[in-house]
Design a protein around this ligand. Structure first.
Ligand SMILES: Cc1cc2nc3c(=O)[nH]c(=O)nc-3n(C[C@H](O)[C@H](O)[C@H](O)COP(=O)(O)OP(=O)(O)OC[C@H]3O[C@@H](n4cnc5c(N)ncnc54)[C@H](O)[C@@H]3O)c2cc1C
Length: 412
């Protein structure tokens, strides 16, 4: 009989095992993994560099990056912060580096370094990972305070405590449901937006460093807003501001079948009055020049400026002296409020997560133990928690794993 069985050898499952053994090395712990390798998402994370956490100890700041679950993660983040993870890694000889935008990576820029540390530590603690063993059923042994887990190969495992860390795998949600855990609907998060507009083709690859995006979704009264870098592609829009917006509005966009209107403010730190004055100045000084050749602000890329002119049906070779007052006002609108019709969800290969999952209502938040099923714990992405890009999703894995491990070790 095992003390603890963990289903899923991803970031959250492996870290739960490590923290358990650190708390109490005498515990008999094992992990089941349906694939032939552990930590496969860590491997591909952050473009192979693994954005392991965020460079902030400000809980209020961190919480802003979990759009729907502030209360759910607060205690866990306080108990195990980004710096705690960096110290844990340092203690295991992995140096980390924070980038200007707060993302933290191993100094080696190689996710494999994290994987090796985890696997070496698990080996040192004698925690076996049973590969190619997909848990298909889990139930409490009749009359016994223990769980009985059966895998697709027919092997079975008995354990006093059970941890579910199956990420966003369908089978994991079914296991959780079969154990009576409530689920909130699953919807994708962290995706790019498709925009069906042929004019965008000419702008593919154009990026703006700092825009403000406003997303209006039909039947949703309050628009969603985000700031940040923005990228135009062949099929739509991408970049950090779009990803953050997708996380914030994941549930509402899913309900609208990914139809919405996106407004782009290309100069958000400048008022519309200042933009109007800049346009009047350009016009006064460049009477005989084509509009396409003189733009009112250097932060507007040339091709983006042309997109604005095309959207407003202002001929590119129109002379500045022929631009009417009405057209000047339209240009102000185009710069601060360019409308793009969102029509679908793009596929973002760098990072995507699933929003929804095991609902907080079914768990004690400090310990992540099921309220109606003693000794059953849930960690990581299987929970109804999803963060924005920037290391917030892994940080939730570390913090939830820590919370469960501390609770489990003190429950014996
Ligand atoms: C391409 C990509 C890049 C990313 N980059 C980053 C990043 O840089 N920073 C960041 O913070 N987040 C990133 N994320 C998100 C992050 O990877 C996830 O939040 C995190 O991996 C979730 O960890 P987890 O352990 O909960 O689930 P997972 O990593 O999905 O692990 C679950 C494990 O359980 C196994 N499993 C499932 N069902 C069963 C079963 N029935 N029996 C046995 N085993 C089972 C799975 O095979 C898997 O190994 C990225 C995601 C993707 C897809």
């Amino acid at each position: 009989m095992l003390d603890v069985l963990i289903i899923g050898a991803g970031a959250s499952g492996c870290f739960t095992a490590l923290r358990l053994k650190e708390e109490d090395p005498s515990l008999k712990v094992a992990i089941l993994e349906r694939q032939s390798h552990a930590l496969q998402k860590v491997k591909v994370s952050g473009g192979g560099r693994c954005n392991v956490t965020q460079d902030s100890e400000d809980v209020a700041y961190l919480l802003k990056h979990y759009p729907r679950q502030h209360k759910q993660v607060k205690g866990q983040l306080k108990a195990f912060s980004p710096n705690d993870m960096r110290l844990w890694l340092k203690h295991h000889f992995v140096e980390t580096v924070a980038e200007a935008d707060g993302r933290v990576f191993p100094k080696s820029n190689d996710s494999q370094e994290i994987i090796e540390v985890f696997l070496n530590e698990l080996k040192r603690y004698n925690v076996p990972i049973h590969y190619n063993e997909s848990a298909v059923s889990a139930e409490r042994n009749a009359g016994e305070d223990a769980f009985h887990v059966v895998t697709q190969t027919g092997n079975d495992f008995h354990a006093k405590r059970l941890v579910l860390s199956t990420g966003s795998q369908e089978q994991g949600y079914r296991l959780a449901e079969s154990l009576g855990l409530p689920l909130t609907p699953l919807v994708p998060s962290l995706f790019t937006f498709c925009v069906k507009d042929d004019r965008l083709h000419a702008c593919a690859g154009v990026s703006l460093d700092a825009v403000e995006l406003t997303l209006n979704i039909p039947h949703i009264a309050k628009p969603f807003k985000q700031n940040g870098a923005f990228l135009l592609t062949h099929w739509g829009v991408s970049g950090p501001a779009v990803l953050k917006l997708s996380a914030q509005s994941a549930v509402e966009l899913y309900a609208s079948k990914y139809k919405a209107t996106l407004f782009v403010d290309a100069l958000p730190t400048q008022t519309q009055d200042v933009t109007r004055l800049a346009l009047l100045g350009v016009q006064a000084e460049n009477h005989k020049r084509d509009v396409k050749n003189i733009k009112p602000h250097e932060a507007l890329p040339w091709r983006y400026w042309e997109l604005i002119l095309e959207q407003l049906n202002i001929p590119l070779d129109k002379k500045w002296c022929d631009v009417s007052k009405k057209e000047l006002n339209q240009l102000v609108e185009g710069i601060h409020h360019l409308a793009l019709a969102v029509d679908g969800k793009g596929v973002f290969k760098e990072e995507f997560v699933t929003a929804g999952g095991v609902d907080a209502d079914g768990l004690h938040l400090q310990t992540l133990e099921a309220k109606h099923h003693a000794h059953l714990y849930v960690v990581g992405e299987l929970l109804n928690v999803d963060g924005m890009t920037g290391g917030f999703n892994f940080q939730h894995c570390w913090a939830s794993a820590n919370a469960a491990a501390v609770a489990i070790s003190s429950s014996f």
